[in-house]
Ligand binder design. Structure first.
Ligand code: ADP
Ligand code: MG
Length: 457
């Protein structure tokens, strides 16, 4: 169990080191030891009071981000110093976590059906998983779930396991990733210990439910595949539920014995599809709930519109945005909107909005940039503060959307003539050559639009 605590801390530190600098790591993070788990919080024993204070205030967001990005089964931290250590036993005390004698394996308490957001693009696979969880071993055996990375396969396997155990805590439910499964057999043979071999052999044959994640990783593992073949037959014949996940459909499975692949297809196959815009939005809103911060709707819409399919990636982006928003919320001089901060925060992810760039997007952006209204930019006012932005907008449209005819551009500015657009284009092209400041503005604006939209030529 102590191992569990250390494993969790190790996983958190692996995340933290990717975004906390090494001086902070040395000064603060190296001065704590993971102590135990209490009420689903990881208790951290700090070397002294200043370590405790700094970690619990300055670095709490980084720590929380690490929890959200990894799969550790905790939802917070308790910071203590040696004088408080006696109040905490170094026992693990999970409230919800089920440890069903699976060699210390614990299900992730966040990976339940209640936490899984359902919409059109995944309702079939969720219904299949729920049906198996409610009737293990009888209806659909095996259940084969496939889909791309970060789409929720592991979440569903944990959800099935936890639901079955909740209904009947006496059931022996085993969850294993394919690499762990392989390692267990390889270790057992190489240990030369008959007792160890028998233990591993019996463990899988005596379970009621076997959940194996990422079976594509069993490719070329001949010995493990032979073992799995025998285990499969025994469990199947005694109506024990088997659930498998893979990143590809059975028909595309490679280097797994044909006799196994055909058995994997005996029950029900369900694919987790790429999440629809609606699902991405719903997931973001649900996940944001736990951050206790009010987030504008247009922020959710923006993140959901990005060209990102992996839900794990979306979660990471949300956590980055929340971190950024909190940082600026506390800064009284901040005048930026949440949406602007979000775009800044996600800049380094380098993802484009899936929205295709349109004349409308360009005009809106130019208005936003120069802080003028749509009416003014489209209208006929001839003062310089309006004419230059209007001409820049026309110029950017001709450059970024070269296939749009000039008269169509003119029409978007309350019916102006194509010669007006031509004049604007030539004027800005000339001005850029003479005015370095204007040139930089235009280059920045162009870059922004190219980075934030997909451009169809
Ligand atoms: P996979 O195993 O397919 O790579 P995971 O099961 O690890 O993906 O899911 C990645 C992350 O996305 C997890 O944190 C999971 O909770 C979350 N997730 C995926 N799909 C959903 C969903 N429909 N609702 C809520 N969270 C989801
Ligand atoms: Mg997975």
């Amino acid at each position: 169990m102590t191992n569990d605590v250390e494993r969790i801390w190790k996983e958190i530190m692996e995340r933290i080191t990717t975004y906390v600098n090494s001086i902070s790591l040395d000064s603060w993070f190296s001065k704590v030891t993971p102590y135990c788990i209490k009420d689903n919080s990881l208790v951290l024993l700090c070397k002294n009071n200043s370590v405790k204070n700094v970690l619990s205030t300055t670095y709490i967001n980084e720590l929380t981000k690490a929890v959200n990005l990894s799969r550790v089964p905790i939802n917070g931290f308790i910071f203590i110093t040696q004088s408080e250590a006696e109040e905490y036993s170094s026992e693990v005390d999970y409230e919800e976590t089920v440890d069903n004698t699976n060699d210390g394996f614990s299900f992730n308490p966040k990976y339940t059906f209640e936490e899984f957001v359902v919409s059109d693009s995944n309702n079939f696979v969720v219904a299949a998983a729920q049906s198996v969880a409610n009737n293990p071993g009888t209806l659909h055996n095996p259940l084969f779930i496939f889909g791309g990375v970060g789409l929720g396969k592991t979440h569903l396997l944990h959800a099935i396991g936890q639901k079955i155990l909740k209904d009947d805590p006496k059931k022996k439910v085993l969850y294993v990733t394919s690499p762990d499964f392989t390692n267990e057999f390889v270790d057992a043979i190489s240990s030369q210990s008959a007792a160890r071999k028998k233990y591993v052999h019996d463990k899988y044959r005596k379970c009621d439910v076997l959940l194996i994640d990422d079976i594509q990783l069993l490719a070329d593992k001949k010995y493990t595949q032979d073992e799995l073949f025998n285990i499969f037959n025994e469990l199947y014949n005694s109506q024990k539920q088997i659930v498998l996940s893979s990143d590809r459909p059975l028909s595309e499975t490679q280097n797994i014995q044909e006799r196994l692949v055909s058995r994997f297809g005996w029950g029900l196959s369900a694919d987790i599809q790429v999440p629809s815009l609606e699902l991405r939005l719903a997931i973001l809103k649900k996940k944001a709930f736990s951050y206790h911060i009010k987030i504008d709707d247009n922020v959710f819409e923006y993140i959901a519109s990005l060209d990102v399919n992996s839900i794990r990636m979306l979660e990471g982006m949300l956590s980055t945005v929340v971190f950024y928003l909190k940082l600026y919320n506390d800064n009284e001089t901040n005048t930026k909107t949440q949406l602007e901060l979000t775009k800044e925060a996600l800049h380094s992810y380098n993802v484009k909005s899936s929205e295709t760039l349109s004349i409308n997007n360009i005009i809106n952006y130019v208005c936003e940039y120069f802080n003028i209204t749509r009416d003014l930019i489209e209208g006929d006012k001839r003062n310089k503060e309006i004419v230059i932005p209007r001409q820049i907008a026309m110029y950017l449209i001709t450059v970024l959307l070269p296939s749009v005819p000039l008269d169509a551009i003119g029409k978007s500015f309350s019916g102006k003539d194509h010669t007006t657009v031509m004049h604007a284009r030539d004027k800005i092209s000339n001005l850029i050559l003479q005015d370095a400041k204007l040139e930089k503005t235009i280059v920045d604006m162009k870059k922004y639009l190219e980075n934030n939209y997909s451009i169809k030529v």
